[in-house]
Design a protein around this ligand. Structure first.
Ligand code: MN
Length: 137
């Protein structure tokens, strides 16, 4: 048993992965053969990931606020606390906050054979982001 108390600083999301201000709290890190990676990811209004894929897929579970998520070629979906989204391995997608709301989700995945959690692509353009439906619709 290993207890970590206040030992892990919140990290700012790097700009080659995210647009806007995003903060990440590590919940579970891969170690000793476990591939589980879990983070609590806090998106400020308008912030979102770049387009990306995960080698073994990803589950996100919204805990606060109002968010958006889209799979390549699909509609932008509004997601709220209690909603869970699973992205298939290799599925190109993004997720983030609504334009006028914070959003926090847990992000859970198993890293690839090389320890890689994700492969990052282009940023989500304003045009792509603004295609979202109204969050009160
Ligand atoms: Mn993802």
């Amino acid at each position: 048993m290993q207890v970590t108390r206040h030992g892990i600083d919140t990290a700012a999301g790097p700009s080659d992965w995210f647009t806007g201000a995003v903060y990440i709290d590590a919940v579970a890190a891969p170690s000793n053969g476990s591939r589980l990676s879990t983070s609590s990811v806090h998106f400020t209004p308008g912030a979102r990931t770049h387009w990306h894929t995960h080698p073994n897929g990803q589950t996100i579970y919204v805990t606060e606020g109002v968010g958006l998520a889209q799979s390549r070629g699909g509609q932008v979906e509004v997601i709220r606390p209690g909603d869970r989204v699973f992205f298939e391995p290799g599925e190109d997608h993004w997720h983030g906050a609504a334009p006028t709301r914070f959003m926090t989700h847990l992000a859970m995945l198993e890293v690839g054979d090389d320890g890689n959690p994700a492969t990052w692509g282009d940023h989500v353009t304003d045009e792509e982001y603004e295609a979202a439906p109204p969050i009160d619709g």
